[in-house]
Design a protein around this ligand. Structure first.
Ligand code: NAD
Length: 466
C-alpha cells in the first residue's frame, strides 16, 4: 500500500518505519523543515530502540521524507494523521494541528483515500475531520475517516507497534475497515513474524495480533479511557503508598499482593513520583473536558491528576526532611526523561522537581543516558551535566533517582557511597530494596516504604542527627 504519514514525531516516525517494515511504501511528512533535513541526513530524531535499524533498512526505498503534504497525499491511498494534540490551558486537546492537516488533505484529494486519525483525539473528532474536509470542498464519496489510535509506549515503541496487544480500528464504513485490515494483515495473519530479519519478539507478546473493529466514536473513547485507566492505576498505588508511609507498611509488598490477582495485574502498580510524558497528563485532562462537555462530570479523573501532582510535592518534602535545609546544597540527580528508555522530557516529573530544587537555591548535577540535550533547552539555573552517575555523585549532599532507567537500578553502591559527601539516596522510583541499601550503609528514602536510617554511630559522625 502507499501510505502518507503526516507528522514525523514520536508516533509518526515510528509508524512510518514500521509500515515500511510491513512491506508498505511510506512518505513521512513534516512541516518542520529542520526535522526533514535531519531525517534526510540519516539521523533518527528520537531515541527509540530498533528505530535506527528500521530506518537504515528502509530509508530511501520504502520510506522517504518530505515537507510536501499535497504531493504525499496525491501519491498515497491511505493518509495517517500523526500530528500533536497538546493540551490547552483549559485541559482540552488543541486540535488545531489536526484541523489544518485535514483541510490540507481535502484540498489535495485526487482519488478515494482513507484518512486515519492516529493522533490521540477526543470523541467526535472523526466527525469534525469529515466536516472540515467537506467544507474544504472534498466530496463525501472521495474519502472515509477511520480512528486507529496508537498504543505504543516510548522506549519500546517499535516492538509495541509490531507486537501490539491489539489494533483498534474505528470505522463507520466497511470499505475503509477493509483497507485497514489489509494494511495490518502482516501482523494479524502473523506473516511478518515468519519474515527473516523481523524485529525480535518481546517477552509476553501476543501473536498474531488481534484486530478489534469498532465504531469511530468507540475507538476514540478506547484510547482516552485506556490512558486514563493506566494513569488511575499509577495514582491509586501512589495513594496506597502514602497510607503505607503513615502506618509503616511496604508498598512493594502490597503491590505484589494486589498485582498477583489476575483481575488486577502487576503492571502500572509501581509507586513513585508519578506519571509524566506527553500522553497521560494531557489525555486525562482532555478526557475530563470531553466528559464534562457531554454532560458527565467524571470526578475520578480530577483525583488522578491531584494525586499525581501531590506525589511530586511529597518527594520534595522528603528531600527537605533528609537534608534539613536546601539552600546551597549540591544534589546529584539521576534521570531527566519522564521514564526510562526515552529522551522525552515532556511533562517529566524529574524536570519539575529539578526546577523546584533550583528555585530553592540548590545546585544540581544531573545525568541521564538520553535526555540531557533536551533538558538543557528547557532548564535554566545552577544545573550542570555529568558523564555518568558516578561523576554526578562526586561531592554531592545526596543522590536523587528520578527516572527508572535500567542502568540506575544496578549502580555500584559502594562506589557511590564513597563519592557522596553524605551517604543519602532519595529514590523516587523504588529501584532498590531497603535491605541492599542497609547493607551498603546508605540512608535510603523511597516511596511507600520506611526510610533506611544510618547506624547511629555513622549518623553522629556525619552530624546528621542534629
Ligand atoms: P510530536 O510532537 O512528537 O510529533 C508531531 C509532529 O507533527 C511534529 O514533528 C510536528 O512538526 C508535526 N506537525 C505538526 N503540524 C503539522 C502539519 N500541519 N503538517 C505536517 N506535520 C506537522 O507528537 P507525538 O508524540 O508523535 O504525538 C502525536 C500524537 O500521537 C498525539 O496526539 C499523541 O497524543 C499521540 N500519541 C503519542 C504517543 C507517544 O508515546 N508519544 C503514544 C500514543 C499516541
Amino acid at each position: 500500500m502507499k501510505i502518507a504519514v503526516i507528522g514525523s514525531g514520536y508516533v509518526g516516525l515510528v509508524a512510518a518505519a514500521c509500515f515500511a517494515e510491513l512491506g508498505h511504501t511510506v512518505i513521512c511528512v513534516d512541516n518542520d523543515p529542520e526535522k526533514i533535513a535531519v531525517l534526510h541526513r540519516g539521523e533518527t530524531l528520537i531515541h527509540e530502540q530498533y528505530l535506527p535499524e528500521l530506518l537504515a533498512r528502509h530509508r530511501g526505498q520504502r520510506v522517504i521524507f518530505s515537507g510536501d503534504l499535497s504531493e504525499a497525499v496525491r501519491a498515497s491511498s491511505v493518509i495517517v494523521i500523526a500530528v500533536g494534540t497538546p493540551p490547552l490551558e483549559t485541559g482540552d486537546a488543541d486540535l488545531s494541528y489536526v484541523e489544518t492537516v485535514a483541510r490540507d488533505i481535502a484540498r489535495s484529494l485526487n482519488s478515494y483515500k482513507v484518512v486515519i486519525e492516529k493522533s490521540t483525539v477526543p470523541v467526535y473528532t472523526s466527525e469534525w475531520i469529515r466536516r472540515v474536509m467537506q467544507l474544504a470542498s472534498a466530496t463525501a464519496a472521495d474519502f472515509d475517516v477511520v480512528s486507529n489510535p496508537e498504543f505504543l509506549r516510548e522506549g519500546t515503541a517499535v516492538t509495541d507497534f509490531l507486537y501490539p496487544d491489539r489494533i483498534v480500528v474505528g470505522a463507520d464504513s466497511d470499505r475503509a475497515a477493509e483497507v485497514l485490515r489489509q494494511m495490518y494483515a502482516p501482523l494479524t495473519t502473523g506473516s511478518y513474524y515468519q519474515q527473516a530479519g523481523a524485529i525480535p519478539e518481546p517477552a509476553g507478546a501476543q501473536r498474531p495480533a488481534r484486530l478489534i473493529v469498532t465504531t469511530a466514536k468507540s475507538a476514540e473513547l478506547i484510547k482516552h479511557a485506556s490512558n486514563a485507566f493506566l494513569a488511575l492505576k499509577i495514582s491509586f498505588i501512589n495513594a496506597v503508598a502514602n497510607v503505607c508511609e503513615a502506618v509503616n507498611a511496604d508498598v512493594e509488598q502490597v503491590a505484589l499482593g494486589m498485582g498477583t490477582d489476575s483481575r488486577i495485574g502487576r503492571r502500572f502498580l509501581q509507586a513513585g513520583i508519578g506519571y509524566g510524558g506527553s500522553c497521560f497528563p494531557k489525555d486525562v485532562a482532555a478526557f475530563r473536558s470531553v466528559a464534562r462537555e457531554c454532560g458527565y462530570d467524571f470526578p475520578i479523573l480530577q483525583e488522578i491528576i491531584r494525586v499525581n501532582d501531590e506525589q511530586r510535592r511529597r518527594f520534595l518534602k522528603k528531600v527537605r526532611t533528609a537534608l534539613w535545609t536546601l539552600r546551597g546544597k549540591r544534589l546529584a540527580v539521576l534521570g531527566l526523561a519522564y521514564k526510562g528508555g526515552t529522551d522525552d522530557i515532556r511533562e517529566s516529573p524529574a524536570i519539575d522537581i529539578i526546577r523546584s530544587l533550583l528555585s530553592e537555591q540548590c545546585s544540581v548535577v544531573a545525568y541521564d543516558p538520553a535526555a540531557m540535550e533536551r533538558a538543557l533547552q528547557v532548564i535554566t539555573g545552577d544545573l550542570t551535566f555529568a558523564e555518568d552517575p558516578y561523576q554526578a555523585a562526586v561531592g554531592a549532599d545526596a543522590l536523587l533517582i528520578l527516572t527508572d532507567w535500567e542502568e540506575f537500578a544496578s549502580l555500584d553502591l559502594a562506589r557511590i557511597k564513597g563519592l557522596l559527601r553524605y551517604p543519602i539516596v532519595i529514590d523516587g522510583r523504588n529501584l532498590y530494596s531497603r535491605e541492599v541499601m542497609q547493607k551498603h550503609g546508605l540512608l535510603y528514602v523511597s516511596v511507600g516504604r520506611a526510610t533506611v536510617e544510618l547506624e547511629s554511630s555513622q549518623a553522629s559522625a556525619l552530624n546528621l542527627n542534629k
